[in-house]
Design a protein around this ligand. Sequence first.
Ligand code: ADP
Length: 675
Amino acid sequence: MPGLGHLTPSADTQPSARRSLRTRLLLLALLPLGVVLPLLVAVLGWWGGDYFDRLLVTKVRSDLAVAHGYFERVSDGTGRSLAALAESERLARSLRLSPAARDRAINDLLLSIRGEQRLDFLHFVTVDRENREKPQRPAIASALAGSPLTSSEVFSPEELAALSPELAQRAQTPLIATANARPDNRASENRGLVIHAAAPVRDAAGKIVGVLEGGVLLNKNLDFIDRLNAIVYPEGALPFGSAGTATLFLGDVRVATNVRLFAGDRAIGTRVSNAVHGAVLGDGKTWLDRAFVVSDWYVSAYEPLVSGAGERIGMLYVGFLEGPFSGARRQVFAGIALLFGLVMLVAGTLAALWARRVFRPVERMHAAMHAIERGDAHARVGAVGSADELGIVAAHFDRLLDQLQAQTDSLKRWGDSLDGKVAERTAELEQAVTNLKAAQSQLVKNEKLAAIGQLTAGVAHEINNPIAVIQGNLEVLRALLGPQAEPVEPEIKLIHEQVHRIRLIVTKLLQFARPHDYAGYLEPVNAPQLVQDSLLLVRHLLKKGHIAIEQQLDSSRQILCNKSEVQQVIINLLVNAIEAMPSGGLLKLAAEDWDEADMPVGLRLSVSDSGSGIPAKDLERLFQPFFTAKKPGGNGLGLWVSKTLIERYGGRLTAASPPGQGACFTVWLRCEPIE
Ligand code: ADP
């Protein structure tokens, strides 16, 4: 049996990991961590991503604003320089020259100004009826009306060729097949996207004498687009190695761009996606979103370019590569996820270790209960090394087990003693049943005796009278016969003896049946006195039988009784003893004090002989009426009557017959008779 040491849960006492309280509580504690943290990471990722995207869109919007500003500045600059030239003294002076010299002077002047102002064309248009009446571009119309104006316009190939074959040539852009673009059957875009400016030229009187018309062709104007890109995305403006791009569209065709093709050439001739086409050119909206540009994803901004007549003729685009930003974002989120994962791992490990410590008392209690169930009544939880509630419960549990053990032990002891008591009581009960049976049979016997007594009394009374008559007549017969009676004297004597015997029997029966009629007065008698008087009466029998007498009369106590009755009992015993020793023997008479619990009760008088003794089977029936083993002479009433007499005084008459030692009868007599 293991001692009261610590218990460690064995494999078979362990609940399955899934059902263990520790696991379930651990899951309960870790669930928020396991669910909330990933959720937090996801929300953070989603929210951060969205915020990041909005930041990118905000940036590209401001980029577009810068690009728009630059485009306006170039456009306005063209218009202003034209207006300044129109009002310049140099032009006025040339106009005042003779018509022959004037054209050459103006041409020279405009040629030099065109070079200075980087204009692709510049010329003077005289005002005549034809000019005034034919439909003009908005800038010309405005200038003719007196106001300078600059606008973006689309020039047909013919118009460009009229201005300069070189411009028409430059404007020719073969279309490159582009994925997602709106279908277009044309092989090339030959129109020109032009910043078109016009300013009125007045004479000294203020009358409009002509219009200065000039402009810049934007198709393949790499200088313009590169400067625009450098202003919007100067060196180092974009982090993570992203690259900025800018493009001018004529319709949906890239006519000036720094976006590169796969081969590294500029993507001039490629076209915008159908989605952007519809939103910007179709609906006139500004597009701010990611877009797939030629070969990569860009964070993009498109706005429509509107002509002087209000038509959407092209688009201005700026954007930067999205990839580096997405990469940076992915890295950040991966870092955050990794951090959360690490936190989860550390927190989970710590929680598991902690839960193990917290639940140690519970597991030990479980193991103790299991051990007790298997029969190890001395199994205990032991010291669990924790002072919290579970530790206190474990200690309490041990105390309860101790109490339970003590109670079980005492119950066991009590059970054992109960068994003993039950056995004792059963024996007592059996004894009581035996006593009851004895009492019952005694009762039956008493009733029988009472009936016999009544019968006997009646019979004896009826016999007494005929006996008296027989005895009387026998005496009369003897007297009448006189000497003649001598020959029959033995017969007369026999009749006389037998009649006497009948009388004796009847007397004894009456003594039993009506004791009160025979009870005399009580007197104090001692043992020697009783023995001597009785011996005297059986003297003749003793002499006949060669019987020696031994007396040991040690009691000097006196008893109160009817002397003749008690003497009759002693004589009866003496006669029986003498008859038991027909060929002589030793007759012992003894008297001793009868004490009980150191208190004097009376005396015991015993009569022993050295005869043949009494067989064991006869000892039980000895005191029953009419039991006799003496075939001819006995009537079997002597011992019965003697016992009845002695018991009437509260005494006893007992018989014993040790094998080979004859018989011994003892009379127990009280000092004072009890009723
Ligand atoms: P009775 O003497 O008339 O037979 P008792 O009642 O006196 O009647 O005795 C009953 C019987 O008990 C006797 O018949 C005898 O067998 C037996 N008995 C009595 N006393 C002795 C004795 N001392 N030794 C042997 N047997 C005895």
